[in-house]
Design a protein around this ligand. Structure first.
Ligand SMILES: [Zn+2]
Length: 597
């Protein structure tokens, strides 16, 4: 579709951010001037509480302004990637944001240098400073891991060369590697690429899946030494940097950034391992449903049922989402209803040049905006529920907090969205009249748990193992990494799946291993969401109150403390088990529905 053919009510509205281009230009100019003048605070923070407060307030004001400027340009640039004017506008905002980061970079080190007793007395004496306690804490907690000024400068000067392995891997795998061709479902010639591999693995034709699997790994098999050298260099660098900054391990450094502890990751891994039979049971079901004598690794992404054909209009999708969130009460429901039906939060349909996928974004001074590429499938409805979860998390966080405390961290960011998705899915499983639709929902749900809970935990375990070996001084060679990975694959897929030996090379394909301990958060988020949904569905009003209070926490508490408000203790195995129970229930339900045939 052409964007001009879509009715305005299905498009978001940039004038909700700034009324006109002139207003935007004036705000951008003002921000750029204020940023240039920000250097006047440099060196003044340690002198008095008033100075500190003034610098912080100006930083917050600028941050809000830049966030809003960014919202305005993104509303235009993301709906038409070919709109050069919008892209140029975005470039100008980006430049000002980078300038701001550079201009305010003295804040951290100078805030850390203020003695604790001095700061405490300022909190008592300077009206307004208390409101910055949490953000100051977030900076000052790094004190034990901050080097001398010379040390930090040295790190910053060397910093450009750091973490280059990820980029090198991406260039090598994306631009240099050549994979062969295979015959597609209709006999057509298809070039195998890393980017299209997942689609080929979801083919309903087993021959295509097997050919893609063999072809892809034939190429990877020729470059194992290079990939191992890259990962080895990455692990060594991370280890050295963690050590220099006074962390026990790479895991401790990574979890410190998230304000959690290594125990959270350990708990995830040990609980998933203790419940591995649930996964094996799913693969048995997969084997039965696909009707193959033995399940191979090129079968595990094959859909169990054809995607449900039921089509939803956008208006119907909105009603589905609103019905799902009724459980949260009037404020949540009515705010969302108004946002979806009157305030044009959503840019609904795909059109030429529009960004793909879906997201929710917003700033402290604007409404949330949701980008959709709505197609009318149950998947699309689920995506809308998911994005509305993000939007409403931000809404509650903003209404309950100051701008400096409103941003929640990555560790909790996918909880509210996943809660909505799971609630919708459970409700449709109860209410849908279509067996076909139910099977399709269950297939999708099992796939989500497999990919988000089990697979990401396996990745985290691989990271723990190879970083652990590196810490002991063991070089990570191709053989070491292949063996390590293959051992995990066999454990996670179980004795009844044929673990084709090529899969030992899969670690080479995963860019996330160059982002230390990132992916386990996908697994903890879905577990927290599952656990919350279980409490919400029990009908306990305290669970609903607790959940809304969790949304209101925003960034005012640590992620673990915020989740406790929703009754979720991430240090306990129960949280992970709740998700595995939900997964197993889906496997059971799918089996029963299938047998009704
Ligand atoms: Zn999300």
């Amino acid at each position: 579709m052409k964007r001009s053919e879509i009715l305005d009510k299905y498009k978001w509205d940039p004038t909700a951010v700034y009324p006109s281009r002139e207003a935007f230009e004036a705000a951008l100019k003002e921000a750029a001037e204020a940023i240039a003048a920000y250097a006047r605070f440099d060196g003044t923070l340690e002198e008095s509480g008033e100075n500190l407060l003034t610098a912080l307030e100006e930083e917050t004001r600028l941050y809000r302004q830049l966030d809003r400027l960014g919202q305005y340009v993104t509303r235009e640039s993301d709906v038409d990637k070919g709109n050069n004017e919008a892209q140029a506008l975005q470039g100008r905002v980006w430049k000002v944001i980078v300038d701001f980061q550079a201009a305010a970079s003295f804040l951290g080190p100078q805030i850390i240098r203020i003695p604790e007793e001095t700061l405490e007395s300022w909190y008592r004496e300077v009206k307004g400073l208390e409101a910055y306690r949490r953000s100051l804490y977030s900076i000052r907690r790094y004190a034990p891991h901050t080097l001398s000024d010379e040390g930090e400068k040295l790190l910053a000067d060397l910093g450009e060369g750091f973490n280059s392995q990820r980029e090198i891997r991406a260039v090598f795998a994306g631009a240099d590697l050549r994979f062969g061709t295979i015959r597609g479902e209709n006999g057509e010639k298809i070039q195998v690429r890393d980017s299209t591999y997942t689609t080929l693995m979801a083919s309903t034709d087993r021959r295509v899946r097997k050919a893609a699997f063999n072809t892809l790994y034939k190429t990877y098999d020729q470059f194992g030494n290079t990939f191992a050298a890259l990962l080895n260099a990455y692990a060594k660098e991370q280890h050295a940097r963690a050590k220099v900054a006074g962390y026990e391990s790479v895991l401790e450094a990574a979890t410190f950034d998230d304000e959690v502890t290594p125990q959270i990751c350990d708990n995830l891994i040990s609980t998933v391992n203790a419940r591995m039979e649930a996964m094996y049971d799913y693969y048995d079901l997969k084997r039965e449903a696909l009707g193959v004598p033995r399940l191979h690794l090129y079968d595990v992404y094959a859909p169990l049922v054809p995607a449900a054909s039921s089509k939803y209009s956008y208006e119907e999708a909105v009603e589905e989402v609103l019905k799902t969130v009724e459980i949260f009460g009037k404020e949540y429901h009515d705010t969302l209803e108004k946002g979806l039906k009157e305030k044009r939060w959503v840019d609904v349909y795909p059109s030429d040049g529009k960004a793909g996928g879906a997201y929710s974004s917003g700033s402290y001074d604007t409404d949330p905006f949701i980008l959709m590429n709505f197609t009318g499938t149950i998947d699309s409805v689920s995506t809308l529920a998911h994005e509305c979860g993000h939007s409403m998390h931000s809404y509650f966080s903003k209404t309950a907090n100051t701008p400096q405390d409103a941003n929640y961290t990555i560790f909790v960011a996918e909880v509210a969205s996943t809660v909505n998705e799971l609630l919708l899915c459970h409700r449709k499983l109860k209410e849908s009249q279509s067996r076909e639709e139910k099977l399709s929902i269950l297939d999708q749900l099992m796939e989500t748990y497999k990919g988000t809970l089990f697979r990401q935990t396996m990745f985290a375990e691989f990271e723990q193992e190879f970083h652990g070996l590196c810490a002991k001084g063991v070089p990570l060679t191709q053989d070491t990494l292949n063996e390590l990975y293959y051992g995990l694959i066999r454990r996670y897929f179980g004795p009844r799946v044929a673990c084709d030996s090529q899969i030992r090379l899969e670690w080479m394909r995963i860019p996330h291993f160059y982002r230390r301990f990132y992916v386990y958060k996908y697994a903890t988020c879905i577990s927290a969401a599952s656990s919350i949904v279980k409490k919400l569905e029990s009908g306990d009003p305290a669970a609903i109150r607790g959940y809304l209070d969790f949304l209101r926490c925003g960034g005012s508490k640590s992620p673990l403390d915020s989740l406790l408000v929703a009754g979720v203790d991430m240090t306990k195995p129960e949280v992970i088990s709740d998700a595995i129970d939900d997964f197993s229930a889906a496997v059971r339900m799918f089996r029963e529905l299938r047998q009704e045939d």
